[in-house]
Design a protein around this ligand. Structure first.
Ligand SMILES: Nc1ncnc2c1ncn2[C@@H]1O[C@H](COP(=O)(O)OP(=O)(O)OP(=O)(O)O)[C@@H](O)[C@H]1O
Length: 323
């Protein structure tokens, strides 16, 4: 079943067009990523899905509901962790979870949530005394406290150290395993590649591509290279005549084979048939950073902000912030 459907979303702030034309669908149970340069319209898109912005045109469906018209129902089914939401310093972890839980018809058992998120020992700790990683985990717990079927996570691991980021990724996979569909906005290509089933690349308020991480990488760069040395001489035609091979070069005894498709297995098969052994074999791997550059013309902005401030929108705070 389709969890989210965005069709031709268009949103402007005054005369400035933030989202020109964005369409995508997210299936239930997916972790769906949104990546793109600063100012591309990612946050405006997810805030529109959450009912915090009113689109100028286009349509949005959240589990078959309209975020503006069916606001109360959508709020019950959609958990939101957005960028730069404030949270009172003195509130304790358990108090925050109980308070937020009280806003929903079917709140999750917050004790189970603190356990899922590794915060059991911090349940009586005040917000101001939590580390960046613990604040982030609390903000995820708060986004999940209403037992949502869909969760929006915006800049999930910005400001976290590498270990805390990896811990958060495992946690998100555990949350998905409980059946929650996740829409993830991220600046980190490693995060998107590791977590997302599919990704939309948004650039200049439009969708540049939607695909699996592997699909985006392959589409952005169908050409691959294999490098190796050979212990015995080999007639170059053994490789140049392979259908996947575009070019073969030998530089200082090192073979460099450029090609498409299943290049590595084609080359390995040909070498095995010729009974020569490749040494020091390397495959030049493209990754999502390369795909990002190919689709947007810019390098990904992955600089983390020093102080994570994320906390989810409370239902009160999430009154529509329309301009
Ligand atoms: N409330 C607002 N009023 C006016 N312009 C806005 C407002 N919010 C965002 N914008 C502008 O709309 C465009 C899209 O912003 P948005 O925050 O959706 O992009 P983004 O892709 O999430 O960017 P980032 O990665 O930097 O968070 C930007 O040019 C931004 O400056």
């Amino acid at each position: 079943m389709t969890a989210l459907e965005v069709r031709h979303l268009h949103k402007r702030y005054g005369r400035h067009v933030a989202v020109e034309d964005v369409s995508f669908t997210v299936e239930e149970g997916e972790i769906f990523g949104i990546i793109g340069p600063n100012g591309a319209g990612k946050t405006t898109t997810v805030e529109s899905i959450a009912g915090l912005r009113t689109p100028d045109s286009g349509s949005i469906s959240v589990l078959g509901l309209d975020p503006i018209r069916d606001r109360a129902e959508v709020r019950e089914r959609l958990g939101v962790q957005l960028q730069e939401s404030g949270f009172p310093d003195a509130i304790r972890v358990s108090e925050a979870l109980e308070l937020y839980g009280s806003f929903y018809r079917n709140p999750a058992d917050w004790r189970e949530l603190v356990e899922l998120l590794g915060l059991t020992e911090k349940r009586d700790t005040r917000y101001q005394a939590l580390s960046g990683g613990q604040k982030q985990r609390l903000s995820i717990a708060l986004a999940l406290v209403g037992s949502p079927r869909v969760a929006i996570l915006d800049e999930l691991t910005t400001g976290l150290d590498p270990q805390a980021r990896r811990d958060t990724w495992s946690l998100i996979e555990r949350v998905r395993d409980t059946g929650v569909t996740i829409l993830l906005v991220t600046h980190f290509m490693d995060e998107a590649e590791r977590l997302c089933d599919r990704i939309a690349v948004i650039d200049g308020g439009r969708v540049a591509a939607v695909d699996t991480p592997e699909g985006l990488i392959a589409r952005s760069s169908p050409v691959r290279q294999v490098r190796f040395r050979l212990s015995q001489p080999l007639d170059q035609r053994v490789l140049t005549e392979l259908p996947d091979v575009i070019d073969v070069e030998i530089v200082k005894g090192r073979w460099l084979v450029t090609g498409r498709g299943q290049l590595l297995s084609s080359v390995a098969g040909a070498l095995a048939r010729a009974r020569v052994v490749a040494e020091d074999l390397r495959v030049d791997q493209h990754n999502l950073d390369d795909a990002f550059v190919a689709f947007t013309g810019r390098a990904p902005e992955s600089a983390a902000s020093p102080e994570p401030q994320a906390a989810p929108e409370s239902p009160e705070a999430s009154e529509r912030r329309d301009d």
